[in-house]
Design a protein around this ligand. Structure first.
Ligand code: GLN
Length: 195
């Protein structure tokens, strides 16, 4: 069994733990550096990136996280988790930091107040022919994809909402609430391959 973690500082980490366990992984919440050291891969959940950023520093996790990401640990960030993985951030709050790793520019709350939340079907070729039902909740958008990163999925208007780079994977939306766990499986396959 692969042992993976879900960053459990804030946000919907319980849902991700349940999905990963359903897929057969050993999944544990990560709040302390020792817990991070014990896992082979990490999901960073949705929630509020500004709070997650602050708590990561309070809990002494920021430096260890940056280091594991740099070392190549597979990480999957959804929504606020995608924000945490972005090298560059637009519409951040003052002093907000990301962990970085994904060569992308991400814009927070990109769909404005009226369109805070919506759902759509998305073509994601690496996951097969069936579209992914994507749920966006005050979601960020990938504003631009740098040379190191690859877009995996785009909205009809061409805006990028899923990306990967090496062992890092990020989506603007929340697969953990839809019952379609192909993104989580894709992440777990990475963890298995990296071990
Ligand atoms: N708007 C949130 C942020 O900036 C992300 C929302 C989410 O994770 N569902 O962190």
């Amino acid at each position: 069994k692969v042992r993976v973690g879900v960053l459990a500082l804030q946000g919907d980490f319980r849902e991700h733990l349940a999905v990963l366990r359903e897929l057969g992984a050993e999944a544990v919440p990560v709040r302390r550096p020792e817990e991070l050291a014990s896992v082979a891969g990490l999901v960073i959940p949705g929630g509020e990136s500004t709070v997650m950023d602050k708590l990561s520093r309070t809990f002494g996790l920021r430096e260890p996280l940056v280091e594991r990401i740099r070392e190549g640990m597979p990480v999957y960030g959804t929504c606020a988790g995608l924000i945490m993985l972005a090298d560059r951030l637009l519409d951040s709050i003052e002093g907000q930091q990301t962990l970085g790793g994904l060569d992308v520019t991400v814009r927070r709350n990109a769909f404005g107040s009226q369109l805070d939340s919506f759902e759509t079907d998305l073509a994601v070729p690496v996951l097969g022919d069936a579209p992914v039902h994507a749920v966006f909740i005050r979601a960020p958008i990938v504003d631009s994809v740098g040379e190191g990163a690859t877009a995996l999925g785009t909205l009809d208007d061409g805006r990028v909402v899923a990306v990967e780079q090496g062992n890092l994977l990020g989506t603007s939306f929340h697969p953990e609430v839809t019952g379609d766990y192909r993104f989580h499986q894709y992440f777990l396959d990475r963890v298995g391959a990296a071990e």
